[in-house]
Write a protein that binds this ligand. Structure first.
Ligand code: SF4
Length: 210
């Protein structure tokens, strides 16, 4: 029997499955949660159906494809001896922290880890329409938190934009005190620009307008 495969549906289905595997849990804080407005996490727990709509967002789908493409490039480069690192993609790790009498599990998924006998390097890939003001503060913070969570030697923050492809070496690891402080920080939003791109701006009392 011939099965007609619609590429569009296939892309959506893969993203659906990915979302299913990473459903929000009240005790779990992803590293990305610590680098953005804390209200977004609250809204995602309350209205998971809104987050699911992101499955169809072309920006995220293209981002996923670029990530997969880069991993493939790194693997091919190893096959022809352009580097000697083992390549691992989408690696997850977690650490448990107790804050007061509350348990929090901090989880992270780094895009790529490159391992050699004496080095362990993380790569965070960012795709964007523009290259203005890179590297962004929240992206640097994300890398610093990955250094803490994965015990890496350093991170490469890689930007792929139509105007510039460039990378930044991030070496300053976040401390556990910093992580605890971010978990408790309820400043919402953390950055004034966040509300303009926020899915929950249609219901949020803290939305910055104008
Ligand atoms: S609208 Fe602004 S303050 Fe509200 S959740 Fe979104 S980013 Fe946070």
């Amino acid at each position: 029997m011939m099965v007609l495969v619609m590429i569009q549906e296939l892309l959506y289905e893969l993203r659906h499955r990915e979302l299913e595997e990473h459903k929000r849990e009240p005790e779990v804080y992803w590293i990305t949660d610590l680098c953005r407005c804390p209200l977004k996490r609250d809204f995602e727990l309350r209205y998971p159906e809104l987050t699911e709509a992101n499955v169809y967002n072309p920006h995220f789908i293209i981002g996923d494809l670029v990530h997969m493409g880069l991993v493939e490039v790194l693997k091919r480069a190893r096959a022809i001896n352009l580097h000697n690192f083992e390549i691992e993609a989408e690696i997850e790790n977690s650490r448990e922290l107790i804050i007061g009498n509350k348990r929090a599990i901090v989880k992270g998924r780094v895009d790529v880890i490159m391992r050699s006998d004496n080095e362990k390097i993380g790569i965070e890939i960012k795709t964007s329409k523009r290259d203005t003001k890179i590297p962004h503060e929240n992206h640097i913070q994300q890398c610093r938190l990955y250094l803490w969570l994965f015990d890496l030697d350093y991170m490469l923050l890689l930007y792929l934009t139509p105007d510039r492809i460039t990378e930044y070496k991030i070496e300053k690891r976040a401390s556990e005190e910093e992580v605890i402080s971010l978990l408790s920080d309820r400043t919402a939003p953390r950055y004034t620009w966040e509300c303009s791109y926020c899915l929950f701006a249609v219901m949020c009392p803290n939305k910055i307008t104008g």
